[in-house]
Design a protein around this ligand. Structure first.
Ligand SMILES: [Zn+2]
Length: 437
């Protein structure tokens, strides 16, 4: 009885241990939750996200490979890892829509050949998270390309399908063994695009020396059926450029926009015309095509970018829609160093940082109908580039070998693909040696 009375008299005595445990629990739970709330937090960077109209200092939190939160101030205590991006630009992972990455062992050719390059060797170190192969494979060998390169790479690889079944094959530069119009099969092309939705993003027409319009007729037919854009590559010497542009639909893309074909003369009787005329004015038929909605990609490559075209065009406000590299073994050590080099050239020509980032992220994503890429919306895939604009004395070289000086240059400091750090130039995401965690 005494014991019972004692307990009744002092009820808190029996509850005290529970109360202490509950308090500890309530105190610890938020800490545990907070510690695990985000995997990665990028703080203090100047965020440029064209799609969402952001150009301001923001913090970005990542969880499970996705953008979890973007806000003016996210507490460092909420994330397992924090990266200080003060002084840097933070942008969506860069997208390059003109590369040749169907690398293999065949000599002197692109499809499954040594003239293509391995995408991971060139992507993340330039802030690129997505590359698009510009028709190195066709419907005959796309599955091989997928198995051999796409599935083996960390870079996100999408692809245009070549109009020719065998892709960009044949000996270079003579094109010995290059497929002819007999190798164009609209039904097979259409089936292949249907089989890989979101992976094959369009059709490439190029490297055709005939006078027939069959590549365009069949290419546009399939592109209409499958609702994908066409990318027109170079070397269509017998087809008048104005007529090509007339045939293209809104959203179709012309690459090598600033090529001076007159100076280059890649083949006799090349009917392709330059973007600006002899007096430096953008040609009316080019403006007409742009007004219709045709897109113009840089496609720098080894011979596709000339200051004689680009400088007057940029002055007149004719900016590119994307910074395609035309990356391959011949171009990677030429005037074109990488995508950042192309972006830096346009910076040196007076284009604004905002205009440049738009054309390296959201605009190319839209052009290949990849609306989930190229922006930093909450819930989007966490593909991010942290860029520095380096100051100094720099020189930029075009396809004619001319140099343009500049005092600014883009540099990729950190690249994140699917929420994981895949490039870290100066160890800003790494643990300091000799320091406790
Ligand atoms: Zn190309």
């Amino acid at each position: 009885m005494n014991d019972v009375r004692k307990i009744v008299k002092e009820p808190s005595a029996i509850l005290r241990p529970f109360a202490v445990s509950l308090a500890a629990f309530l105190f610890l739970v938020p800490m545990l939750v907070h510690a695990q709330e985000f995997d990665l937090l990028i703080k203090n960077g100047q965020v440029i996200d064209t799609k969402n109209g952001i150009d301001s200092k923001m913090d970005i939190a990542i969880r499970g490979g996705k953008i979890a939160k973007i806000s003016k101030d996210i507490s460092a205590g909420q994330s397992a890892k924090v990266i200080d991006a003060k002084g840097y630009l933070v942008t969506p992972g860069l997208i390059n829509i003109h590369t040749h990455v169907f690398v293999g062992s065949k000599p002197n050719t692109f499809a499954d050949g040594v003239l293509s390059v391995s995408p991971d060797d060139f992507s993340f170190r330039s802030g690129i998270t997505t590359v698009v192969d510009a028709g190195t494979s066709g419907w005959r060998n796309f599955p091989q390309f997928k198995k051999q390169v796409i599935d083996q790479s960390k870079t996100r690889i999408l692809s245009f399908l070549n109009i020719f079944g065998a892709g960009l094959t044949g000996e270079w530069p003579a094109l010995t063994g290059f497929p002819g119009i007999d190798d164009i099969d609209a039904a097979s092309m259409s089936d292949m695009i249907r089989e890989y939705p979101g992976l094959i993003v369009g059709i490439v027409i190029g490297h055709y020396h005939g006078k027939e319009w069959i590549p365009f007729d069949k290419g546009i037919q399939v592109a209409n059926d499958r609702k994908v854009p066409i990318l027109v590559e170079c070397l269509l010497p017998e087809l008048p450029y104005e007529k090509i542009l007339e045939r293209l639909r809104p959203g179709d893309i012309v690459t090598h926009a600033y090529q001076d074909v007159a100076a280059r003369k890649p083949v006799p009787n090349d009917k392709r015309k330059t973007l600006v005329d002899e007096k430096g004015s953008v040609q009316p038929f080019i403006l007409e095509a742009r007004n219709k909605g045709v897109l113009f990609d840089v496609g720098h490559g080894g011979a596709g970018f000339w200051f004689s075209q680009a400088i007057p065009a940029v002055k007149q406000g004719f900016l590119p829609d994307s910074f395609g590299m035309d990356l391959h073994r011949f171009s990677m050590n030429s005037g074109m160093k990488d995508m950042l080099d192309i972006m830096s050239k346009f910076l040196a020509m007076g284009m604004s940082v905002n205009d440049i980032i738009a054309r390296a992220t959201w605009l190319p994503a839209k052009s290949i109908q990849q609306f989930g890429l190229g922006h930093l919306s909450e819930g989007a895939v966490a593909d991010i580039a942290i860029l520095n604009i380096e100051k100094g004395n720099f020189g930029f070289i075009d396809s004619a070998g001319f140099k343009l000086g500049g005092d600014q240059k883009f540099q990729a400091v950190l690249t994140i693909r699917d929420g994981k750090v895949v490039w870290d130039l100066n160890g800003i995401a790494a643990r300091e040696y000799g320091k406790a965690r």
